[in-house]
Ligand binder design. Sequence first.
Ligand SMILES: *[C@@H]1O[C@H](CO)[C@@H](O)[C@H](O)[C@H]1NC(C)=O
Ligand SMILES: *[C@@H]1O[C@H](CO)[C@@H](O)[C@H](O)[C@H]1NC(C)=O
Ligand SMILES: *[C@@H]1O[C@H](CO)[C@@H](O)[C@H](O)[C@H]1NC(C)=O
Ligand SMILES: *[C@@H]1O[C@H](CO)[C@@H](O)[C@H](O)[C@H]1NC(C)=O
Ligand SMILES: CC(=O)N[C@H]1CO[C@H](CO)[C@@H](O)[C@@H]1O
Length: 748
Amino acid sequence: MKKWIIASPPSLIDLCLSLVSSRLELFCVKLADGSLCLREPLIFPQELADQLLCKMATEGLLNDSTVGIFRSCQQLRLRRACIRTARISAEAFQRALCPHRLLELDASRVNADLTITDILRGLSANKGLRETLQRLVLNGLTMSSLEEPSRRCFSSLQGLRALSISNVDFYDSGLADVCSLPRLESLDISNTSVTNLTPLLGLKAKLRYLTMHQLKRLEMTTAQLLAVLSQLEGLQHLDISDDKQFTSDVARQLLETPGILPALVSLDVSGRKQVTDTAVRAFVEERPGMTFMGLLATDAGFSEFLSGEGSLKVTGEANETQICEALRRYSEREGFVREALFHLFSLTHVMEKARPDILKLVALGMKNHPTTLNVQLAASACVFNLTKQDLAFGMPVRLLGSVTQLLLEAMKTFPNHQQLQKNCLLSLCSDRILQEVPFNRFDAAKLVMQWLCNHEDQNMQRMAVAIISILAAKLSTEQTAQLGAELFIVKQLLHIVRQKTSQGTVDATLKFTLSALWNLTDESPTTCRHFIENQGLELFIKVLESFPSESSIQQKVLGLLNNIAEVGELHAELMVQGFLDHIRSLLHSPEVEVSYFAAGILAHLTSRGETVWTLDLPLRATLLEQLHSAILKWPTPECEMVAYRSFNPFFPLLECFQTPGVQLWAAWAMQHVCSKNAARYCSMLLEEGGLRQLEAVRSHPDTHSDVRRLAESILDSLHRHRAPLRSVSCKHKCDQKSCPWVNTMGHI
Ligand SMILES: *[C@@H]1O[C@H](CO)[C@@H](O)[C@H](O)[C@H]1NC(C)=O
Ligand SMILES: *[C@@H]1O[C@H](CO)[C@@H](O)[C@H](O)[C@H]1NC(C)=O
Ligand SMILES: *[C@@H]1O[C@H](CO)[C@@H](O)[C@H](O)[C@H]1NC(C)=O
Ligand SMILES: *[C@@H]1O[C@H](CO)[C@@H](O)[C@H](O)[C@H]1NC(C)=O
Ligand SMILES: CC(=O)N[C@H]1CO[C@H](CO)[C@@H](O)[C@@H]1O
């Protein structure tokens, strides 16, 4: 059994570096020019300095201000500097990084205004560096700014052994300059504008690694090209892959040239046509030391000896091993990533076990090509299949968390692409992901909501409201309020309820929509107001009347109306005769869930006296009496009927000594949740100052005996809950039972 590295927690060093880099200003003072400088005269171990820089760069925290801490070469000594994707100016680069005695610099994909010319000028200004710098990675950079033509300046870095300048506007003149470097062993000129490779002969004796993926401008015949290559006798690694699928037969000819490149151990011809297994076999047999063959998107790779299982690693599409190797090696090459994902997808149809190792590779491809539609499409389809139903439970949460975040990014980047949105929604719609995985639920709810507003596809609509209803229950009160405050959300959800009601259909979509509205109105007066303003009350009365025997519908509708009734300013809106009559009749429902919520609405409304009831004080008195006697008849429900975010809505009710019916409802509700889920609610009640409130009720001379009895019972629970040392196991454990809709999704 393999152990997946990804399942392990992050290392302590990693956590510390993340913390330090995200709170840098705590450890620093700001200099006059805005750059930071460490406050204490600490001296970091050298490796740690490299790691800190790398962390800051990869987390997007490296800029002109923060890079300032590296100006002090005594405190933070850099040797292997990585500033990938950083955003820094030429001046900051020069002042903070060039004084170090660097062995390596990786500046891939830094901002366009830090050019290769700037970097080379900065580096060669340090005399020592000209000798010591061994490895330089400048992938995806701008060669020079427009006003300043590039000069030949690689040749000043005499110590350089490895140079990588892929995806750069780099021409033949640059190549001649580079090929005069006396110690260069490794060169990557992929996707540059080089037309002629003859200058490589200057490196004949030393060159070990040559990577030239996709040389789009090459103007050499196959014979000329092979004539140059065949003289690079020390070459061990050669990459002539090409995802543009040119018709050149250089790969075939190379494989069929006897004795060429005898020292080769690794050859990549992915994307080249006319490659056959027979030719590859002959080539490999002639070189028993071969450890790698790149054969993705060729016609080869299907023979047993190329399975990729042994010491010869192979990229290709013949089986999982080859495909995974491709995803690993080509993660930065968009065309190959798409190709490999495409083949991976057909494999995922038959996967029965959770494969975090593969999911991780898919995530890597997504992360590296966030704006490439074809990659995101194929990747999201793979994610869905790899995390479907029970498979998700075999994946580590941290991995699922980052994959979910990537799916959300894709949804944001391609808001109008139907299939992509569909793939992402299908993947999101998983019990495991929605309930247990850390990701930005607020963002997710907004994205799904936006999608819902623009689409009417029935299956997808059901899924979207299911997701929203679960997310809404997990958001903080502030977040639900913020979400619900967007008018279009309430409107859209009410629109769905209206449709379903007029069709007379009770289905999962209706139930999820009602749950979502219930949760979104919870402790959110703005959402409640939107509900009223969009004729929600009339609609909900209609729902109550349309489905009188569906207690799960009645319960959700009444739960939401409770939320509305909690908002004092909206009471006047609820004083509608028809509404009051209906709620009053439900008070006598045999279902305790229904009666409970009906009573809640009446308790909130009757807790207010004169202002609301001026004309009908006798009705109020009758309702209070009915409320009181209904509550006394309730049996103890078997399970938790409702989840509350706080007890704040209950405290004002407990203070209504003139209306014992109101107090009784609040006390009953508190007692109910505290007895069903003591761990959650007793702690919550204690934190919110419930002890004092309840003691006041118990000792008040006007307290009704029914209310006092309940208050005492809750106080007992609180004391019992506080008595034992609170053990860790107190924490409320998630109910693991699978939501029924997860299985019903299967056939979409
Ligand atoms: C540099 O990054 C830090 C951390 O992200 C940020 O607080 C600061 O505002 C940035 N400064 C500049 C000049 O961009
Ligand atoms: C190839 O290099 C050019 C710059 O010369 C760049 O704009 C382009 O994105 C690169 N292509 C790929 C696939 O990275
Ligand atoms: C890959 O294919 C070879 C045959 O070509 C087979 O022996 C090997 O088991 C396959 N590996 C996997 C993981 O499917
Ligand atoms: C993967 O997706 C395809 C197409 O949606 C489907 O036919 C296949 O059954 C799925 N595989 C799994 C394991 O869910
Ligand atoms: C706080 C709140 O309103 N929670 C509800 C959210 O929706 C679920 C599902 O209907 C209810 O069980 C919760 O009580």
